[in-house]
Design a protein around this ligand. Structure first.
Ligand code: A2P
Length: 283
């Protein structure tokens, strides 16, 4: 094991979070993978230099993720695993039970990052759920805690009521939905922005501006988009089940987009979601 481990190198930089822990800037998303596919993708990604795997109880593949981590040849400390509390497990006790069940499925003693998956404002349980995450962090079951799909006012409320800010806010973010206002709100609070569906579920790859830049830089369209994310300091978790695409998506730290091209990409923002809206999702 240790011989394999020493040969697996990573080019992916780590970024510091507001709790002092570090997070890899790029990771693998596994939404829509079943257990077997997740295990294969996770193994492939970790051997290709990824260090962050992003799953959720709602994905139904935590067992596969845990298997892939164990089979990768890396030590636990070298891998950063994120999971999330699903909407039906919001609440102080429910969220704690949900993480314990996730850890059981993952076969892990702790996760590196635990997120509240959606705020569900009409349920109005996200503050007590957040208190549960704070408690789980104190117990060492989650190293860092954060949220997903929260807006600025919801982050403010967490802070007002608990004096604790999330380390990360994971939001839908890609060239067609650039989330300028929310990224500014996250940054003002010292909360890291992490992009889910960073490729717009693959749809943004077909944009002609992306195609032009792919040609110019001699890169894949996905690499152009992922480079745009990392060059702005955004964290990203592209999903792929294809080994070549998994490997290619991590090769974005050896080139840079020039200022004109970053401006051209900024022009693609059109407020178009590929996923649900946080105001209405979950009820
Ligand atoms: P696949 O799993 O077959 O590679 P997002 O992360 O924005 O949700 O996008 C995920 C979608 O984009 C998946 O359908 C995935 O398909 C596809 N995808 C991921 N990486 C690439 C790539 N490098 N080139 C083309 N399609 C990609």
């Amino acid at each position: 094991m240790s011989e394999i481990r020493s040969e697996i190198r990573s080019e992916i930089p780590y970024i510091e979070m507001n709790d002092g822990h570090r997070i890899p800037q790029l990771g693998l998303g596994v939404w829509q993978d079943d257990d077997a596919q997740a295990a294969a993708s996770v193994r492939c990604a970790l051997q290709a230099g990824y260090r962050l795997i992003d799953t959720a109880s709602a994905y139904g593949n935590e067992a596969g993720v845990g298997q892939g981590v164990r089979e990768s040849g890396l030590t636990r400390a070298d891998v950063f695993v994120t999971t999330k509390i699903w909407n039906d497990a919001q609440g102080y006790q429910e969220a704690q039970d949900a993480l314990r069940a996730s850890l059981e499925r993952l076969g892990l003693d702790y996760v590196d990052l635990l997120l509240i998956h959606w705020p569900i404002p009409k349920l109005d349980k996200y503050v007590e759920t957040w208190r549960a995450l704070i408690h789980l962090r104190e117990q060492g079951l989650a190293r860092s805690i954060g949220v997903s799909n929260f807006r600025g006012d919801e982050l403010q409320r967490l802070f007002a009521e608990t004096h604790q800010l999330p380390a990360v806010n994971q939001i839908e973010l890609h060239p067609w939905l650039q989330q300028g206002e929310l990224r500014t709100a996250n940054a003002a609070l010292g909360v890291r922005t992490q992009a889910w569906s960073p490729l717009g579920q693959g749809k943004a790859l077909l944009d002609p501006v992306i195609a032009r830049l792919a040609e110019k830089y001699g890169r894949e369209p996905a690499q152009i988009i992922l480079r745009w994310h990392v060059q702005q300091g955004v964290l990203a978790i592209p999903k792929s089940s294809n080994p070549d695409r998994i490997r290619g998506n991590a090769q974005v730290f050896d080139f840079a987009l020039d200022d004109d091209d970053m401006s051209a990409l900024a022009q693609l923002d059109r407020g178009e979601r590929v996923g649900p809206h946080p105001d209405t999702f979950g009820l």
